[in-house]
Design a binder for this molecule. Structure first.
Ligand code: KG4
Ligand code: ZN
Length: 337
C-alpha cells in the first residue's frame, strides 16, 4: 500500500490529506481562513501565513487520525507539498513543515505545482475514465489557464489570463456590491434570483482569435454601472444586486465557454476537464453541458477549491515517474507549469 501525505498551504487554506495511490482519499482536513480575511474582502498575505503556522500541526494530527495512521514513520511512503505558485509566506510554512517531516520520518519529499494539483483533483474520482490527451480549464482565485494535458506531467499551455483571474473577478464584484467574501459562491447563489439580461456587460476578448482571457475590463464595466446606479437611486436593492450578479456571471462564464469551444475545434480534442474553485459554479456546470460534441468532467465539489488530496495525487504521479525533490526545496511564488 502506497500512502502519500499531501500538504497544501499556498493561499488561504491549510490542508493535509492522506491518499492511497493516485486516487483513494483516506483522509482530507481543510482549515479555512475565511473568517480571518472576510473583514478585508480579500486575502491579507501576512495574516494568511500566521494562520497556517497556527493551524498546520492540528490539521496534520487530524488527517493522520482520520486515515488511521498511528505510526507515520512506518505507514507513510511519500510527503508531497505545494511549492508554488502562491503567496511566499504561506508556501514557506507548508514547505518547511514538509521538509521537517521528511527528515524526521525519513520519507522522500516531492514539491508539487499548485496548478498541476488542481489538474489532479480530476483524478481523485475519475482516474479510471481519464485518457490522454485532454483539454483542461483551471479556473480559480489565482489562475485562469487553458491547457492540453498531453500525458501525465506533460502540458501545453494554450492560453492564460492577461490580468485578473476569474475567481478574483467574482470576489471583486462581490466586494463592490458589499456581498461578502469569498464572492464566487455568493454570486453563484444570488444570480439564480436575478435576470442575466438586465444589464449588458461586455464579454471580454470576444473578438480575440487566441485562447487568452481577460477579466479586468468586465470588472471595470460592473464598477461603472454600480456607480451610476448608486448616483441615480442611492442604495442598491437586493433585486438590482441579483441582476448585476447574474449579468456579470453570464459575461464571465461566456468567455470561458467561447474559449473552450474554440480549443475543441482547433485541437480536435473533445474531452475537457474543468477544475479549480470556480469549477464549482453551477451556471458554468449547466451551460457547458449544453455544448455539443464535448465530454466534460469536473471534480466533485469538495475537491474544487484548494485541498491537499489533489497535491498528494499529483505528488504520487511525479514520484511514480521517478522524480524526487531535494531537501533544499524552496518555494517559488511564480512557479510555472
Ligand atoms: O481554487 P481555489 O480554492 O483557490 C485558488 O487557487 O485561488 O479558488 C478560490 C476561488 C475564489 O475566488 C472563489 O470566489 C471561487 O474560487 N469560487 C467560485 C465558486 N466557489 C468558489 N466562483 C464562482 N462560483 C462558485 N460557486
Ligand atoms: Zn488553487
Amino acid at each position: 500500500m502506497f500512502l502519500t501525505l499531501g500538504i497544501e498551504t499556498s493561499c488561504d487554506d491549510t490542508s493535509v490529506s492522506v491518499v492511497e495511490g493516485l486516487s483513494d482519499v483516506r483522509s482530507l482536513v481543510i482549515s479555512s481562513q475565511i473568517k480571518t480575511h472576510a473583514p478585508y474582502g480579500g486575502i491579507i498575505p501576512e495574516l494568511a501565513a500566521r494562520d497556517h503556522l497556527k493551524n498546520i500541526t492540528w490539521v496534520l494530527d487530524k488527517a493522520l487520525k482520520e486515515a488511521d495512521i498511528k505510526n507515520p514513520e512506518r505507514q507513510l511512503s511519500l510527503i508531497a507539498v505545494t511549492c508554488g505558485p502562491g503567496l511566499m509566506g504561506s508556501l514557506l510554512v507548508g514547505v518547511m513543515f514538509a521538509k521537517g517531516l521528511s527528515q524526521v520520518w525519513e520519507k522522500p519529499l516531492i514539491g508539487v505545482n499548485h496548478i498541476e494539483g488542481h489538474v489532479y483533483s480530476l483524478f481523485l474520482t475519475e482516474a479510471n475514465d481519464i485518457d490522454f490527451p485532454f483539454l483542461c480549464l483551471v479556473i480559480s482565485g489565482g489562475h485562469t489557464d487553458l491547457l492540453i494535458v498531453m500525458a501525465p506531467g506533460s502540458y501545453k499551455v494554450l492560453g492564460s489570463t492577461r490580468d485578473d483571474a476569474i475567481g478574483e473577478a467574482f470576489d471583486k464584484v462581490a466586494k463592490l456590491l458589499d456581498l461578502g467574501y469569498p464572492g464566487g459562491p455568493i454570486i453563484d447563489k444570488l444570480s439564480k434570483k436575478g435576470d442575466e439580461n438586465a444589464f449588458n456587460f461586455p464579454v471580454p476578448l470576444i473578438d480575440d482569435e487566441g485562447f487568452d482571457f481577460s477579466f479586468s475590463g468586465l470588472k471595470t464595466a460592473v464598477s461603472l454601472q454600480v456607480k451610476e446606479l448608486k448616483k441615480r437611486y442611492g442604495k442598491l436593492t437586493d433585486d438590482v444586486k441579483a441582476d448585476i450578479c447574474a449579468a456579470f456571471q453570464k459575461a464571465a462564464i461566456s468567455e470561458l465557454l467561447i474559449k473552450v469551444k474554440r480549443a475543441v475545434s482547433s485541437t480536435g480534442i473533445t474531452k475537457v476537464g474543468i477544475c479549480g474553485g470556480v469549477s464549482a459554479n453551477s451556471y458554468l456546470r449547466q451551460k457547458i453541458k449544453e455544448l455539443r460534441n464535448i465530454k466534460v468532467f469536473f471534480p466533485p465539489l469538495k475537491y474544487c477549491t484548494d485541498n491537499a488530496a489533489m497535491v498528494a495525487s499529483a505528488g504520487y504521479m511525479r514520484y511514480s515517474m521517478g522524480e524526487i525533490s531535494p531537501i533544499s526545496l524552496t518555494p517559488d511564488p511564480a512557479l510555472l507549469l
